[in-house]
Each structure stands twice: as C-alpha cells, then as structure tokens.
Design a binder for this molecule. Structure first.
Ligand SMILES: [Mg+2]
Length: 451
C-alpha cells in the first residue's frame, strides 16, 4: 500500500516537510511545506520555476511539479519536526527527462527489464574548513601523513559523532569514520543499498554534514580539490548487480578476482564510456585539479589518471577490493548523486549488450610506473575536454536522449564562459606559481566550495 505522508506526519509529529530535488549542477532545491498541506502535495507536487535553477529551461516554461517520493522520507535527526523528501520533477503531466532523478529512474527501469538492479555504496570525502573557506578548521592538523590520525579525528568527535549517531538513528548502518589522507579531511561509511536509495542518502548526507558542521561553527566542503597541495575529495562507488531472487550476478568465486562475466562486461562498458562520463563524475573546473594531479604533501593523490583496472590496488580507476563487486574511483565530491548512479548503469548496460571486455588487470603502481603500461587511455585534462567527449558519446546519447545530453552541455558551457571571463581575478589559496593549474582560483572557491 502506498505510504500516506499525512499519516506519517501525525505519527511522527512532523510539522513541516522539505520537498526537494537536485538540479543538473547537484544543487539541492526545496520548498518547506506545512504538514497540513502534505496530502495535496503528495498528489499534485510542489510548484517550481525550472529556469531559476540549473535545468535547461526558459522563463516561459510552465511550472514544474516536484512530486515527493514517500519512500525517500527522512526525519531530520537534528530537527525532529521536519521531514525530508526527495521529489521527481514533472511538467505538463510528464516526467522531466532532463532532470537527474528521472534520468536515474529511467536507467533503473532499463536494467529491470533484464531482471537486474544495481546496489551501490558511496564514500563521500569532505574537508572541515573555516567558515570563510580560507583554511582547514583544525590548525593543529599539520602532519605530513595525517591519514587515520587519531588525535585529529577525536578533536572533531562531537561533530563526527553527531553525524554518525544520525545515520544510526536513520537505519543507514554506518560502520566506520576516519581522518582521511589530507589535513582536515574525513570520510564516513555506511551500508550499500539499492542505487536510488543510495543516491537519495548521498544527497541527504551532504546536506546533513554541511548543516551539522555549521552548527558547531565550521564549514564542510566536498569540493574536489580545495587545496592544491593536499589530496582531493573523492566519491568512490562500490557496485554490484543483483537479480530479483537476491543473487549477486557479479560474483564468481572461481574467477581470480571473484568477478563474473557479467561484472567484466559491465566494467568494460564503464571503461569504454569513462572519457565521456567524466563530464558528470568530475563536473567542475576544479575537478580536473584532482584527477591527473601531481603528487601531494602526503605522497599520493589517490585519484586516477588513466582508464585502467586492477585487483586490490588503489592507483587505478577501477579497483577490485574483494569478490562480487568493484570500486569505481573516478568520481569526486562535486558529482551529482543521481548522475553518478545513472551514468554507471547506462555505460554498464552498454557493456552488457556489447559483451565488452575490459582486458587484463594492470598490476603496477600507476603513480610511479604508468610509463610501463602501453596503450592505457588517459582521462580528460579539463571540463571542456570532458564535455566534448560527452557530446561525442553515442552510448550516453542513446541511453538518455540527445536533448538531455545537450541540455547538460549547454549549461556547463555557460559555466565555463563565466569562469573564463573571471580569469583576471584569479587569487590562489597558495601563492601563484607561473602555471595556472597550480592554483585554486577565487572563482573556483566562490562557485565550488559548497558543491
Ligand atoms: Mg577515502
């Protein structure tokens, strides 16, 4: 039976609902709706002007209706009288194909026709920084190798515990929290789930971390590369495909890496489309200072530079950490949670259809011995290149429709134009050396710190 939000409001003493959607640039948009109106909103949706957000629409377009998905309901752990809902966008009685959550739904439906669904987990890295964004929050966090630093972790105990307690309360199954490889950087892990649920939780996690950080006078950023000399914020995903009977179709215990043919085909599809997928997985100008980055203070960037896969080796774009799943390490903190999942499915489905072969695993340290690997394709060096690749991708155009891909490219090209016109105002976090790829510009800070 369908979930009745008005009844949930009564039972859980919800006074207001946030009806939310994410636009192409990953910005979370909401309306705060009193519980007394939720019955109507559940049916008709909340009205939004699409042109006012990062969707390719004009001011003359009719209102979009954001129809909340009651399965996504989350009671805010820090504000228990508010319920959060992810919504699907509709216009003129039809779903808006060029909107991220609908794009994911469409891919999920295609996969379901093969009696398959994607389960995934994401690892969202973030920095805790000063409210003005100038520096990391903890001035004592200065070790050259700060990864897993216990003292630096425990100095943020109140905040980290608050976030983790919230995830426990919400039933997400969080299982570890740590200080990551850069000063001021943290990661928190929770259980993998159905990919739509993971995408909704990913959206909510970013909102929650930012909000709770603000409550203790800090700022959290998922910006791909906020500090040029430090490891950037990745957003790795672990994925596996299951059938309706609950069988993991990626698992083959007889294979050396524990992966089935289905898994290799799916992986091959993702590798074939990786150059185009970067436009979604690494969606900002700043993203290209994380991938292809020079060595950081800690000794490694932990981000890929080539389209290769390996066993349990973190220097490649794809890692196989254990049997029955693989980890895609390409995405960064700015990636749109829905396009992340949708892109993996679309490219993976193409791999299944074409029986794509990802070749043999490459077992070298790519940070030091990449020159030994012949013929490995390189990742794009800029957002511009990535968008050109997306524009050329027959696979993604046929999966999502030309108009949808063109809409994304139009908006992103507009963003690049704005960046280019701001070039002369460049100010670095670090004093500028001659090469502009060695600095983080003021424009990047202004436009990406809250990505
Ligand atoms: Mg990590």
């Amino acid at each position: 039976m369908a979930i009745n939000l008005a009844e949930i409001a009564k039972k859980k003493k919800i006074k207001y609902f946030l009806i939310s959607y994410v636009d192409f640039f990953g910005v979370l948009r909401s309306k705060l709706v009193p519980a007394q109106s939720i019955k109507e909103m559940q049916k008709e949706g909340a009205g939004f002007a699409g042109f006012s957000t990062y969707l390719d629409m004009s001011p003359s377009d009719p209102d979009m209706a954001a129809i909340p998905d009651p399965n996504s309901f989350i009671q805010l752990p820090w504000q228990m009288d508010v319920g959060w809902l992810a919504a699907d966008l509709w216009m003129d009685g039809k779903p808006v194909d060029a909107s991220p959550r609908i794009m994911l739904r469409n891919q999920i439906n295609k996969l379901a026709k093969k009696n398959m669904h994607l389960k995934s987990g994401v690892e969202c890295e973030y920095f805790l920084i000063s409210p003005n964004g100038d520096s990391i929050a903890d001035q004592k966090d200065i070790a050259d190798k700060p990864c897993y630093d216990q003292s630096a972790l425990m100095r943020q105990y109140d905040l980290i515990r608050g976030i983790c307690d919230s995830m426990i309360m919400l039933g997400w199954g969080p299982y570890q929290n740590d200080h990551e490889d850069a000063n001021g950087q943290f990661e928190m892990n929770w259980d993998f789930a159905d990919c739509l649920q993971t995408a909704d939780r990913h959206v909510f996690f970013k909102f929650m971390v930012r909000t709770l950080a603000e409550k203790v006078g800090l700022r959290a950023t998922f910006m791909p590369k906020p500090f040029i000399d430090k490891t950037g914020n990745g957003c790795h995903a672990h994925l596996s495909i299951w059938n309706k009977k609950g069988k993991n179709l990626f698992l083959d215990k007889k294979d050396k890496l524990g992966l089935s043919k289905t898994a290799y085909h799916f992986m091959g599809g993702i590798m074939n489309s990786a150059e185009a997928l970067t436009a979604w997985f690494n969606p900002t100008i700043n993203s290209y200072k994380r991938i292809n980055a020079p060595v950081t203070d800690s000794g490694a960037t932990w981000s890929p530079n080539t389209i290769t896969y390996s066993g349990n080796n973190r220097t490649h774009m794809i890692r196989v950490p254990g049997s029955g799943r693989f980890e895609l390490r390409l995405m960064d903190g700015a990636t749109n949670p829905y396009l992340l999942q949708a892109g993996m499915i679309a490219a993976g489905l193409d791999g299944l259809d074409k029986k794509s072969n990802p070749g043999n695993p490459v077992n070298v340290n790519m940070y030091e011995e990449a020159h030994k690997v012949k013929g490995a394709k390189k990742l794009p060096l800029s957002l511009n290149q990535a968008l050109n690749n997306l524009n050329k991708s027959k696979v993604l155009k046929s999966a999502f429709g030309k108009d949808v891909i063109n809409s994304y490219i139009t908006l992103k090209n507009r963003e690049i134009k704005k960046y280019n016109s701001s070039q002369e105002k460049r100010i670095g976090f670090k004093k500028s050396k001659s090469n502009k790829s060695n600095i983080i510009t003021q424009w990047e800070r202004d436009n990406t710190l809250d990505c």
